[in-house]
Design a protein around this ligand. Sequence first.
Ligand SMILES: NC(=O)c1ccc[n+]([C@@H]2O[C@H](COP(=O)([O-])OP(=O)(O)OC[C@H]3O[C@@H](n4cnc5c(N)ncnc54)[C@H](OP(=O)(O)O)[C@@H]3O)[C@@H](O)[C@H]2O)c1
Length: 261
Amino acid sequence: MAKGAALITGASSGIGAELARLCAGDGYAVILVARRADRLAELAENLAREYGVPARGIAADLADAAARAALREQTRGDTVEILINNAGFGLHGAYTETDWEDEARLIEVNMTALAHLTRLFAKDMLRRGSGRILNVGSTAAFVPGPFMAMYYASKAFVVSFSLAVANELQGTGVSVTVLCPGPTRTEFFTAAGIADSNLFQGPTMTAAAVAREGYAAMMAGKPEVIAGARNRWMILLTRLAPRKMLAGIARRLNSSTQSVK
Ligand SMILES: NC(=O)c1ccc[n+]([C@@H]2O[C@H](COP(=O)([O-])OP(=O)(O)OC[C@H]3O[C@@H](n4cnc5c(N)ncnc54)[C@H](OP(=O)(O)O)[C@@H]3O)[C@@H](O)[C@H]2O)c1
């Protein structure tokens, strides 16, 4: 393949699956990574058939450092031109009451894996003088998030980290873009146990629309994109508001529609 390969983490559903579709549609071979091997195999088969590109799934738990290193080895024969760090999940509950094992796994998947894979693949891209990295953050990055404290903090990390590395790599031919979606209709809310939260009752975007904005920004080499005009306005307003007030608003949004907190 003249265009090389795109490696997409969290490609078994939601935004990641849509980003994989865009990469395949553009002629990239796709390497789909997540834990659910059956979903990856099905998507790989569909993308190969629809777009005529090589497509394969690699089942890996990104919370495991050894699995991440193995992923690098399993793709040595590929020219990974695009790395999309999209895998991530949310965890709901008062920080002092959630299970530490779950919090630690969130740190590992949302932050450590993203930073580790960026490092592993950016080095090869730098040697070649070309490559694109897309890291999936969130509009949660811009506010403190009571009852999802670690998730919001993890996304603040993703944005700060991505913008800093993007700056370091200026002029090298390798770009880093951070995509910040707002509420998006995927499996995220059920996985995080917040399908009945106030947040999900408001306006949402489709995974396909979010992926299109992220893909376009990545291909244009932009450092940051907030998906959706409404979300862009919201984030602009958060820059003017005191953070204590923002924490109060996020607390209400993260609460169940049934509870008054
Ligand atoms: N939906 C939203 O409202 C929203 C808003 C802002 C940002 N985001 C971010 O967007 C990204 C994609 O989420 P989504 O909305 O598309 O949700 P999703 O449908 O739940 O997708 C999450 C993906 O991450 C993968 N994943 C989770 N834990 C993993 C692990 N330990 N190892 C490997 N893969 C793992 C899942 O695959 P397996 O379960 O098969 O492993 C799945 O493919 C996440 O980073 C999320 O934080 C979502």
